[in-house]
Design a protein. Sequence first.
Length: 187
Amino acid sequence: MLFILRHGQIEGHGTRRFIGCTDIPLDDTGREQARRWQVPLAAIRFKQVYTSALTRCRETAALAYPDSAPIIDRRLNEINLGDWDGQDFEHIKTNYPDLFEQRGRDIYGFRPPAGESFKDLFQRASLFFSELSLSSHTLLVTHAGVIRAMRCFWAGEKMETLLSFKTHYGQLFVLAVRSNNYLFSIR
């Protein structure tokens, strides 16, 4: 079984901005969300634990499953929004109206300056998932974008359905693999 935990709530989460690879730590609520998983996850005995390189995921992993030494894999990082990363939506909309409009027309293929597109994220995450051995229970601590890509990858859905799937801070997803059939559940 594959357990995928989205990192806990981050500092400044209420601000409407582009957050991709900006390295933002958890806030108090996010740390509590991670701690709530300690008892349930301790009962599972994961053979492999992977996490994004970003602080919010590494901190979530350390709080949710404290006896592990996770493998950091940058393919589990959130989308790289390049020059837009960490910027307020209104700032981008006002200062880069043509690019903002291009993004609206092709949200999956658009790359912000020095960044990656959702297609790029999907390819990066798909490579990780295609190489992942599921011979034992595995825990991943990652981001909403990667979780969405993972769902598309395992469900055989088109990448264009990626944004229709919603996730929440500190949410756990479970993927059970049985004879090439995948059961995806939300906890």
